[in-house]
Structure formats: C-alpha cells, structure tokens
Design a protein around this ligand. Structure first.
Ligand code: AP5
Ligand code: MG
Length: 208
C-alpha cells in the first residue's frame, strides 16, 4: 500500500500516521519531520528549509522532491509507505507520479476554525516525536508516552500558523480535486476523537 495523508496543518496527519504505522507496519515519511531533522543537524538543507519553515512558507519543490525520491528508493519502502505532508503542490504530485504509483490518498477534513487552537496548543516530544495537546496533557513538560522532554514547534505560533493555513488554501487544497479526478481520493472526518478518526481511516485502508 502506497498511501498519502493529505490535510491542512493541524488536521491530525502526524497523529493518525503514528497509529497507521503501528497497525499496518508502513514506514512513516513526514517531509516536515525530515526538514526538522536537517534543521537540528544544521545541514545545508536544514539551513535552507529553516528560512521557509519559520515564515510558514513551503520549501522549494525541487529540493523537497529530491529528498522524497531518495527516501522512497530505500529498501523499507519496497512493500509500501505512508507519506505525510507530501505532496503539497500540484508540481510535487506530478513529480511523485513519475516514480511511484499511489494506492490511496486519505484526506483528513477538519473545519478551518479548529486548526489554530490545535496547533498553538500542540506539544511535541523530543525523544519519540509524538504530538499531544495541552487540553489533554495539561502543563506537563514530560512526554506521557516515553518520558522524553516536550517542546513547542517554532512554527506553532499564531502568526506563522496563519501563514501556513493561507499557504494550504492557496497551494495545497487543489490536490483534493487533483486526486479526486484520479479516482484515489478518500475523505475521512477529522473533527472527531482521535480513536474515531482512526476507526474511519482503518475502514478505508482495510478495503484496499
Ligand atoms: P509539517 O510538519 O508537515 O506541518 P503541517 O502540514 O503544517 O502539519 P502539522 O504537522 O502541523 O499538523 P498535523 O496534521 O501533522 O497534525 P498533528 O497530528 O500534529 O510541515 C512543516 C513545514 O515544513 C511546512 O510549513 C513547510 O514549510 C515544510 N514542508 C513540509 N512538507 C513540505 C512539502 N511537501 N513541500 C514544501 N514544504 C514542506 O495534530 C495537531 C494537534 O492536534 C496536536 O496537538 C494533536 O494532539 C491534536 N489532534 C490531532 N488529532 C486530533 C483530533 N482528532 N481531535 C483533537 N485534537 C487532535
Ligand atoms: Mg505533522
């Protein structure tokens, strides 16, 4: 199964990806996580990516496509993969078609007015990478899953989130139509409890 997770910032792509990976054993490939790893390691790609991510803009298509193409060519992707946050432009989707066939694109739908609160209240674990929300975990700085240290992503402040939401509307949302026309789009309601969203995701994946 070659799966793409589509959805606005904060729709729950990372949260669902982690559950999908646990259940179906697909490698989770998040372009945002890959860029952030490069930023932490201060690689040239990280320095470039940071200048876009900090403003809530998309990194250039050419470097993003190259990074994904290299990742998908590794042995662990031979039996399938789960892409999270890629593609994000029509040009990235067209490039992707040239090197793999996508089985299903899962679009996680959440009303726009819910996203800002989800993102500004998000806390991520330095150690296991899991995301949580302050409405669930409170003020703790310790990861409930692995005991690692929690942090707030640099792009989760209100101003940058607003810009990410604008970028989603202007550059990414058109992928819904793009994949609908290709007959591979499935939508799930992401405005429900995490477990309910995952049940809907499983319903789709189990029919593939
Ligand atoms: P990326 O890291 O992919 O960020 P994003 O798309 O903005 O999405 P998020 O990770 O913020 O949200 P998510 O959907 O994963 O939600 P999550 O599960 O964490 O990209 C970051 C940046 O990198 C981009 O802005 C861009 O600059 C660059 N980039 C990445 N890919 C690129 C590409 N292809 N091309 C160019 N540039 C690229 O959940 C969010 C919060 O909600 C959490 O607190 C969580 O606990 C909570 N939550 C989750 N599910 C639920 C639920 N069902 N109910 C209530 N709360 C929930
Ligand atoms: Mg994410």
């Amino acid at each position: 199964m070659n799966i793409v997770l589509l959805g606005a910032p904060g729709s729950g792509k990372g949260t669902q990806a982690s559950l999908i990976t646990e259940q179906y054993g697909l490698p989770h490939i998040s372009t945002g996580d890959m860029f952030r790893e490069n930023i932490r390691e201060k690689t040239p790609l990280g320095v470039l990516a940071k200048s876009y991510i900090d403003k809530g803009q998309l990194c250039p298509d050419d470097v993003t496509v190259k990074m994904v193409e290299e990742r998908l060519s590794r042995a662990d992707c031979k039996k399938g993969f789960l892409l999270d946050g890629f593609p994000r432009t029509i040009s990235q989707a067209e490039a992707l078609e040239k090197f793999v066939k996508i089985t299903c694109v899962l679009d996680i739908e959440v009303p726009l007015d819910k996203l800002l609160g989800r993102l500004t209240g998000r806390r991520c674990c330095e150690k296991c990478g899991e995301s949580f929300h302050v409405s669930v975990i409170g003020k703790t700085e310790i990861c409930p899953k692995c005991g690692g240290k929690l942090y707030t992503r640099a792009d989760d402040n209100e101003e940058t989130v607003q810009s990410r939401l604008n970028v989603y509307a202007s550059q990414t949302a058109s992928l819904i139509d793009f994949y609908q026309r290709k007959g591979v789009l499935k939508s799930v309601n992401g405005d429900a409890a995490v477990e309910e969203v995952f049940a809907a995701v499983q319903e789709v994946l189990n029919t593939l």
